[in-house]
Design a protein. Structure first.
Length: 132
């Protein structure tokens, strides 16, 4: 089995005590995932390493919201890939969807307590334009 190139868990480990204490841990995944081996991109159009997803799951988050100003930074393929990578790691997603049918669906969950984490380094106002 191939070892991942990146381990993001150490960056998130201090949040684990808060997240695992909740019945439902919700985080926000701001940027799309790149293809498995990249290229990885930063400002203004992001594409993050897929190894973040297992770290998110290891911390204990159950669901990531994915709707943001960067949702389409890697185009339609990036949006679908981001959902697929989260799902493969055992993380539910909400906010962006691969099909109209999935967007119209309602996901029911039973939970008593929740943990929601949100953080931002900065806000940018660039608009990405895509041709379909």
């Amino acid at each position: 089995m191939c070892q991942p190139r990146f381990d993001f868990f150490p960056q998130l480990a201090s949040l684990q005590a808060y997240v695992t204490g909740a019945d439902l841990g919700i985080c926000h995944s701001e940027v799309p995932f790149a293809e498995k081996d990249g290229p990885f991109r930063n400002y203004p159009l992001f594409a993050a390493p897929q190894e973040i997803a297992p770290a998110i799951k290891q911390v204990g988050w159950d669901l990531c919201t994915t709707a943001s100003n960067h949702t389409m930074d890697a185009g339609w393929e990036g949006l679908v890939r981001t959902i697929d990578v989260h799902r493969a790691a055992g993380i539910l997603t909400a906010g962006s969807y691969a099909t109209e049918e999935l967007a119209a669906g309602i996901q029911e969950m039973t939970a008593v307590s929740q943990e929601v984490s949100a953080a931002a380094e900065r806000v940018q106002a660039m608009v990405a334009h895509f041709r379909v």
